[in-house]
Design a protein around this ligand. Sequence first.
Ligand SMILES: NC(=O)c1ccc[n+]([C@@H]2O[C@H](COP(=O)([O-])OP(=O)(O)OC[C@H]3O[C@@H](n4cnc5c(N)ncnc54)[C@H](O)[C@@H]3O)[C@@H](O)[C@H]2O)c1
Length: 301
Amino acid sequence: MLSKYENYEIVNLDNLTYCANLANLYEVSQHPNYKFIKGDITDKNILADIIQDVDAVMNFAAETHVDNSILTPEIFVKTNVLGTQCLLDMVRKYEIKKYIQISTDEVYGELGAQGCFEETTPINPSSPYSATKASGDILALSYFKTYKLPIIVTRCSNNYGPNQFVEKLIPFFISKLLKNEKIPLYGDGKNVRDWIYVYDHCSALDLVLHKGRVGEIYNIGANCEKSNVEIAQILLKALGKDDSYIEYVKDRPGHDRRYAISNKKIKAELGWRPQKSFEEGIKQTIDWYINNTSRIKEVLK
Ligand SMILES: NC(=O)c1ccc[n+]([C@@H]2O[C@H](COP(=O)([O-])OP(=O)(O)OC[C@H]3O[C@@H](n4cnc5c(N)ncnc54)[C@H](O)[C@@H]3O)[C@@H](O)[C@H]2O)c1
Protein backbone atom coordinates (compact mmCIF):
# COMPACT_ATOMS: atom_id res chain seq x y z
CA MET A 1 0.00 0.00 0.00
CA LEU A 2 2.79 2.40 0.98
CA SER A 3 4.70 1.86 -2.24
CA LYS A 4 1.60 2.06 -4.43
CA TYR A 5 -0.22 4.99 -2.80
CA GLU A 6 2.30 7.70 -1.98
CA ASN A 7 -0.02 9.83 0.12
CA TYR A 8 -1.48 7.01 2.24
CA GLU A 9 -0.64 6.77 5.90
CA ILE A 10 -0.86 3.35 7.51
CA VAL A 11 -1.36 2.69 11.19
CA ASN A 12 -0.67 -0.91 12.16
CA LEU A 13 -2.26 -1.97 15.44
CA ASP A 14 -1.05 -5.37 16.64
CA ASN A 15 -0.67 -6.76 20.14
CA LEU A 16 2.32 -8.90 19.09
CA THR A 17 1.10 -12.35 20.08
CA TYR A 18 3.40 -15.38 19.97
CA CYS A 19 3.29 -15.52 16.15
CA ALA A 20 3.98 -11.85 15.41
CA ASN A 21 7.44 -10.80 14.30
CA LEU A 22 8.35 -7.12 13.92
CA ALA A 23 11.29 -8.17 11.74
CA ASN A 24 8.69 -8.93 9.03
CA LEU A 25 7.99 -5.20 8.93
CA TYR A 26 11.52 -3.88 9.25
CA GLU A 27 11.58 -2.22 5.80
CA VAL A 28 8.09 -0.77 6.17
CA SER A 29 8.92 0.53 9.63
CA GLN A 30 11.41 2.98 8.10
CA HIS A 31 8.71 4.60 5.95
CA PRO A 32 7.62 8.10 7.10
CA ASN A 33 3.94 7.29 6.45
CA TYR A 34 3.93 4.18 8.63
CA LYS A 35 3.19 3.98 12.33
CA PHE A 36 3.14 0.88 14.53
CA ILE A 37 1.09 0.77 17.72
CA LYS A 38 1.23 -2.18 20.09
CA GLY A 39 -2.27 -2.81 21.34
CA ASP A 40 -5.21 -5.17 21.45
CA ILE A 41 -8.28 -4.91 19.22
CA THR A 42 -10.42 -5.59 22.29
CA ASP A 43 -9.09 -2.40 23.93
CA LYS A 44 -11.65 0.26 23.04
CA ASN A 45 -9.53 3.12 24.43
CA ILE A 46 -6.67 2.37 22.06
CA LEU A 47 -9.11 1.80 19.21
CA ALA A 48 -10.83 5.13 19.81
CA ASP A 49 -7.52 7.02 19.71
CA ILE A 50 -6.57 5.46 16.40
CA ILE A 51 -9.85 5.02 14.59
CA GLN A 52 -11.15 8.56 14.97
CA ASP A 53 -8.38 9.70 12.59
CA VAL A 54 -8.56 7.06 9.85
CA ASP A 55 -10.51 6.66 6.61
CA ALA A 56 -10.62 2.87 6.51
CA VAL A 57 -10.10 -0.11 8.78
CA MET A 58 -8.86 -3.49 7.55
CA ASN A 59 -9.14 -6.17 10.22
CA PHE A 60 -6.41 -8.79 9.77
CA ALA A 61 -5.91 -9.31 13.52
CA ALA A 62 -6.90 -12.78 14.62
CA GLU A 63 -5.96 -15.95 16.38
CA THR A 64 -5.46 -18.17 13.35
CA HIS A 65 -4.03 -21.58 14.16
CA VAL A 66 -6.69 -24.31 14.00
CA ASP A 67 -4.72 -26.71 16.23
CA ASN A 68 -4.50 -24.05 18.97
CA SER A 69 -8.21 -23.35 18.66
CA ILE A 70 -8.95 -26.97 19.54
CA LEU A 71 -6.81 -26.68 22.69
CA THR A 72 -7.72 -23.13 23.83
CA PRO A 73 -10.88 -21.80 22.13
CA GLU A 74 -11.41 -18.91 24.55
CA ILE A 75 -8.74 -16.58 23.17
CA PHE A 76 -10.16 -17.23 19.68
CA VAL A 77 -13.59 -16.04 20.83
CA LYS A 78 -12.04 -13.02 22.52
CA THR A 79 -9.98 -11.79 19.56
CA ASN A 80 -11.96 -13.04 16.58
CA VAL A 81 -15.46 -12.28 17.86
CA LEU A 82 -15.20 -9.70 20.65
CA GLY A 83 -12.28 -7.94 18.92
CA THR A 84 -14.31 -7.69 15.71
CA GLN A 85 -17.27 -6.26 17.63
CA CYS A 86 -15.02 -3.67 19.32
CA LEU A 87 -13.68 -2.57 15.93
CA LEU A 88 -17.17 -2.43 14.43
CA ASP A 89 -18.43 -0.29 17.30
CA MET A 90 -15.60 2.20 16.69
CA VAL A 91 -16.25 2.20 12.95
CA ARG A 92 -19.85 3.03 13.79
CA LYS A 93 -18.99 5.70 16.38
CA TYR A 94 -16.50 7.55 14.18
CA GLU A 95 -18.39 7.01 10.89
CA ILE A 96 -15.45 5.37 9.14
CA LYS A 97 -15.79 5.19 5.35
CA LYS A 98 -14.80 1.54 4.84
CA TYR A 99 -14.32 -1.57 6.98
CA ILE A 100 -12.86 -4.75 5.51
CA GLN A 101 -13.19 -7.97 7.52
CA ILE A 102 -10.44 -10.34 6.38
CA SER A 103 -11.80 -13.86 6.66
CA THR A 104 -11.23 -17.36 5.47
CA ASP A 105 -12.72 -20.07 3.25
CA GLU A 106 -12.70 -22.28 6.36
CA VAL A 107 -16.00 -20.70 7.44
CA TYR A 108 -17.73 -22.74 4.70
CA GLY A 109 -16.68 -26.03 6.29
CA GLU A 110 -16.20 -29.30 4.47
CA LEU A 111 -16.71 -29.65 0.73
CA GLY A 112 -17.43 -32.95 -1.00
CA ALA A 113 -15.23 -34.32 -3.77
CA GLN A 114 -16.77 -31.95 -6.34
CA GLY A 115 -17.67 -28.27 -6.58
CA CYS A 116 -16.31 -25.20 -4.84
CA PHE A 117 -17.32 -22.55 -2.32
CA GLU A 118 -19.33 -19.66 -3.76
CA GLU A 119 -20.11 -16.51 -1.77
CA THR A 120 -23.65 -17.88 -1.41
CA THR A 121 -22.52 -21.21 0.09
CA PRO A 122 -23.96 -21.47 3.61
CA ILE A 123 -21.37 -21.20 6.35
CA ASN A 124 -20.79 -24.44 8.25
CA PRO A 125 -17.57 -24.13 10.26
CA SER A 126 -15.93 -27.21 11.76
CA SER A 127 -13.24 -25.92 14.12
CA PRO A 128 -13.37 -23.33 16.92
CA TYR A 129 -11.09 -21.19 14.70
CA SER A 130 -13.45 -21.23 11.72
CA ALA A 131 -16.49 -20.86 14.00
CA THR A 132 -15.05 -17.66 15.50
CA LYS A 133 -14.11 -16.31 12.05
CA ALA A 134 -17.64 -17.09 10.81
CA SER A 135 -19.02 -15.28 13.86
CA GLY A 136 -16.88 -12.23 13.07
CA ASP A 137 -18.15 -12.28 9.48
CA ILE A 138 -21.82 -12.44 10.32
CA LEU A 139 -21.42 -9.84 13.04
CA ALA A 140 -19.77 -7.52 10.51
CA LEU A 141 -22.52 -8.16 7.95
CA SER A 142 -25.15 -7.53 10.62
CA TYR A 143 -23.63 -4.06 11.20
CA PHE A 144 -24.09 -3.41 7.47
CA LYS A 145 -27.75 -4.44 7.64
CA THR A 146 -28.57 -2.87 11.01
CA TYR A 147 -26.50 0.32 11.04
CA LYS A 148 -25.77 0.68 7.30
CA LEU A 149 -22.03 0.58 7.99
CA PRO A 150 -19.72 0.30 4.94
CA ILE A 151 -18.68 -3.31 5.59
CA ILE A 152 -17.10 -5.78 3.17
CA VAL A 153 -16.11 -9.36 4.05
CA THR A 154 -13.37 -11.23 2.18
CA ARG A 155 -12.80 -14.97 2.41
CA CYS A 156 -9.48 -16.24 1.20
CA SER A 157 -8.00 -19.69 0.73
CA ASN A 158 -4.73 -20.93 2.33
CA ASN A 159 -1.91 -18.40 2.04
CA TYR A 160 1.77 -19.23 1.63
CA GLY A 161 4.86 -17.13 0.99
CA PRO A 162 7.76 -15.45 2.78
CA ASN A 163 7.50 -14.25 6.40
CA GLN A 164 4.77 -16.71 7.36
CA PHE A 165 4.94 -17.94 10.94
CA VAL A 166 6.33 -21.46 11.05
CA GLU A 167 3.29 -23.09 12.64
CA LYS A 168 1.50 -23.00 9.25
CA LEU A 169 1.79 -26.09 7.01
CA ILE A 170 4.27 -24.98 4.32
CA PRO A 171 6.81 -23.14 6.53
CA PHE A 172 6.39 -25.83 9.20
CA PHE A 173 7.33 -28.57 6.74
CA ILE A 174 10.18 -26.52 5.27
CA SER A 175 11.62 -25.80 8.72
CA LYS A 176 11.38 -29.46 9.73
CA LEU A 177 13.13 -30.59 6.56
CA LEU A 178 15.85 -27.94 6.95
CA LYS A 179 16.39 -29.40 10.41
CA ASN A 180 16.58 -32.88 8.83
CA GLU A 181 13.47 -34.03 10.69
CA LYS A 182 10.43 -35.97 9.49
CA ILE A 183 7.29 -34.06 8.59
CA PRO A 184 4.04 -35.12 10.32
CA LEU A 185 1.08 -35.61 7.97
CA TYR A 186 -2.39 -35.80 9.48
CA GLY A 187 -4.46 -38.91 8.63
CA ASP A 188 -3.87 -40.23 5.12
CA GLY A 189 -2.47 -36.86 3.95
CA LYS A 190 -5.21 -36.51 1.34
CA ASN A 191 -6.94 -33.45 2.79
CA VAL A 192 -7.10 -30.86 0.03
CA ARG A 193 -6.57 -27.11 0.38
CA ASP A 194 -6.67 -24.33 -2.20
CA TRP A 195 -3.38 -22.37 -2.12
CA ILE A 196 -2.67 -18.71 -2.90
CA TYR A 197 0.56 -16.70 -2.82
CA VAL A 198 0.25 -14.07 -0.09
CA TYR A 199 0.88 -11.11 -2.43
CA ASP A 200 -2.02 -12.23 -4.63
CA HIS A 201 -4.24 -12.14 -1.53
CA CYS A 202 -2.93 -8.62 -0.85
CA SER A 203 -3.63 -7.40 -4.39
CA ALA A 204 -7.20 -8.69 -4.07
CA LEU A 205 -7.62 -6.83 -0.77
CA ASP A 206 -6.32 -3.64 -2.38
CA LEU A 207 -9.05 -3.93 -5.04
CA VAL A 208 -11.74 -4.78 -2.51
CA LEU A 209 -10.78 -1.77 -0.38
CA HIS A 210 -10.92 0.63 -3.32
CA LYS A 211 -13.60 -0.84 -5.57
CA GLY A 212 -15.55 -3.44 -3.59
CA ARG A 213 -19.27 -3.00 -3.00
CA VAL A 214 -20.30 -2.55 0.61
CA GLY A 215 -22.42 -5.29 2.16
CA GLU A 216 -20.78 -7.87 -0.11
CA ILE A 217 -18.66 -10.95 0.45
CA TYR A 218 -15.74 -11.59 -1.93
CA ASN A 219 -14.09 -15.00 -2.11
CA ILE A 220 -10.37 -14.91 -2.94
CA GLY A 221 -8.60 -17.96 -4.33
CA ALA A 222 -6.14 -18.87 -7.05
CA ASN A 223 -7.67 -22.16 -8.29
CA CYS A 224 -4.80 -24.18 -6.91
CA GLU A 225 -6.03 -27.29 -5.14
CA LYS A 226 -3.36 -29.52 -3.62
CA SER A 227 -3.52 -32.34 -1.09
CA ASN A 228 -1.22 -32.17 1.91
CA VAL A 229 0.72 -35.16 0.64
CA GLU A 230 1.25 -33.40 -2.71
CA ILE A 231 2.59 -30.35 -0.87
CA ALA A 232 4.86 -32.63 1.19
CA GLN A 233 6.21 -34.29 -1.96
CA ILE A 234 6.89 -30.96 -3.69
CA LEU A 235 8.86 -29.79 -0.64
CA LEU A 236 10.70 -33.10 -0.25
CA LYS A 237 11.80 -32.98 -3.88
CA ALA A 238 12.87 -29.33 -3.70
CA LEU A 239 14.92 -29.99 -0.56
CA GLY A 240 16.50 -33.23 -1.83
CA LYS A 241 14.67 -35.66 0.49
CA ASP A 242 12.64 -38.82 -0.14
CA ASP A 243 9.26 -40.13 1.11
CA SER A 244 10.90 -41.67 4.21
CA TYR A 245 10.75 -38.15 5.68
CA ILE A 246 6.95 -38.37 5.81
CA GLU A 247 5.46 -39.55 9.10
CA TYR A 248 1.71 -40.21 9.11
CA VAL A 249 0.15 -39.14 12.43
CA LYS A 250 -3.33 -39.37 13.98
CA ASP A 251 -5.76 -37.07 12.19
CA ARG A 252 -6.91 -33.79 13.73
CA PRO A 253 -10.48 -33.87 15.12
CA GLY A 254 -12.94 -32.08 12.82
CA HIS A 255 -10.36 -31.99 10.00
CA ASP A 256 -12.23 -30.87 6.88
CA ARG A 257 -11.46 -33.08 3.88
CA ARG A 258 -11.48 -30.62 1.04
CA TYR A 259 -11.67 -26.87 0.38
CA ALA A 260 -11.89 -25.25 -3.03
CA ILE A 261 -13.01 -21.69 -3.65
CA SER A 262 -14.54 -19.95 -6.64
CA ASN A 263 -12.95 -16.62 -7.56
CA LYS A 264 -15.53 -15.85 -10.28
CA LYS A 265 -17.11 -12.92 -8.46
CA ILE A 266 -13.93 -10.97 -7.65
CA LYS A 267 -12.61 -11.59 -11.17
CA ALA A 268 -15.80 -10.46 -12.88
CA GLU A 269 -16.61 -7.49 -10.62
CA LEU A 270 -13.19 -6.14 -9.70
CA GLY A 271 -11.00 -7.51 -12.51
CA TRP A 272 -8.68 -9.30 -10.06
CA ARG A 273 -6.28 -11.96 -11.35
CA PRO A 274 -3.74 -13.94 -9.32
CA GLN A 275 -0.26 -13.31 -10.75
CA LYS A 276 1.88 -16.03 -9.22
CA SER A 277 1.91 -19.67 -10.34
CA PHE A 278 2.25 -22.21 -7.54
CA GLU A 279 5.53 -23.49 -9.05
CA GLU A 280 7.09 -20.02 -8.99
CA GLY A 281 5.61 -19.04 -5.61
CA ILE A 282 6.69 -22.20 -3.81
CA LYS A 283 10.21 -21.92 -5.21
CA GLN A 284 10.50 -18.34 -3.96
CA THR A 285 9.05 -19.35 -0.60
CA ILE A 286 11.50 -22.23 -0.12
CA ASP A 287 14.42 -19.98 -1.15
CA TRP A 288 13.24 -17.34 1.33
CA TYR A 289 13.22 -19.81 4.24
CA ILE A 290 16.61 -21.21 3.24
CA ASN A 291 18.03 -17.68 3.23
CA ASN A 292 16.30 -16.66 6.46
CA THR A 293 16.86 -19.55 8.84
CA SER A 294 17.65 -17.07 11.60
CA ARG A 295 14.06 -15.79 11.29
CA ILE A 296 12.68 -19.28 11.93
CA LYS A 297 15.15 -20.23 14.61
CA GLU A 298 12.40 -20.55 17.21
CA VAL A 299 11.33 -23.87 15.67
CA LEU A 300 14.73 -24.87 14.37
CA LYS A 301 16.19 -25.10 17.88
N1 LIG B 1 -2.88 -17.46 6.65
C1 LIG B 1 -3.89 -17.85 5.89
O1 LIG B 1 -3.78 -18.83 5.14
C2 LIG B 1 -5.20 -17.09 5.88
C3 LIG B 1 -6.18 -17.43 4.93
C4 LIG B 1 -7.38 -16.72 4.92
C5 LIG B 1 -7.61 -15.72 5.84
N2 LIG B 1 -6.65 -15.42 6.76
C6 LIG B 1 -6.94 -14.35 7.72
O2 LIG B 1 -5.97 -13.34 7.52
C7 LIG B 1 -5.67 -12.70 8.77
C8 LIG B 1 -4.18 -12.75 9.02
O3 LIG B 1 -3.77 -14.10 9.01
P1 LIG B 1 -2.26 -14.52 9.29
O4 LIG B 1 -2.06 -15.85 8.69
O5 LIG B 1 -1.34 -13.39 8.94
O6 LIG B 1 -2.32 -14.69 10.87
P2 LIG B 1 -1.16 -14.73 11.96
O7 LIG B 1 -1.69 -15.57 13.07
O8 LIG B 1 0.15 -15.07 11.35
O9 LIG B 1 -1.09 -13.20 12.43
C9 LIG B 1 -2.13 -12.63 13.17
C10 LIG B 1 -1.67 -11.28 13.68
O10 LIG B 1 -2.73 -10.74 14.48
C11 LIG B 1 -2.19 -10.24 15.68
N3 LIG B 1 -3.19 -10.33 16.74
C12 LIG B 1 -3.72 -11.46 17.28
N4 LIG B 1 -4.62 -11.15 18.25
C13 LIG B 1 -4.66 -9.80 18.30
C14 LIG B 1 -5.39 -8.88 19.09
N5 LIG B 1 -6.26 -9.30 20.02
N6 LIG B 1 -5.18 -7.56 18.91
C15 LIG B 1 -4.29 -7.12 17.99
N7 LIG B 1 -3.57 -7.94 17.20
C16 LIG B 1 -3.75 -9.27 17.36
C17 LIG B 1 -0.97 -11.12 15.97
O11 LIG B 1 -0.05 -10.50 16.85
C18 LIG B 1 -0.43 -11.33 14.57
O12 LIG B 1 0.47 -10.30 14.19
C19 LIG B 1 -6.49 -13.45 9.83
O13 LIG B 1 -7.67 -12.71 10.09
C20 LIG B 1 -6.83 -14.77 9.17
O14 LIG B 1 -8.03 -15.33 9.67
C21 LIG B 1 -5.44 -16.07 6.80
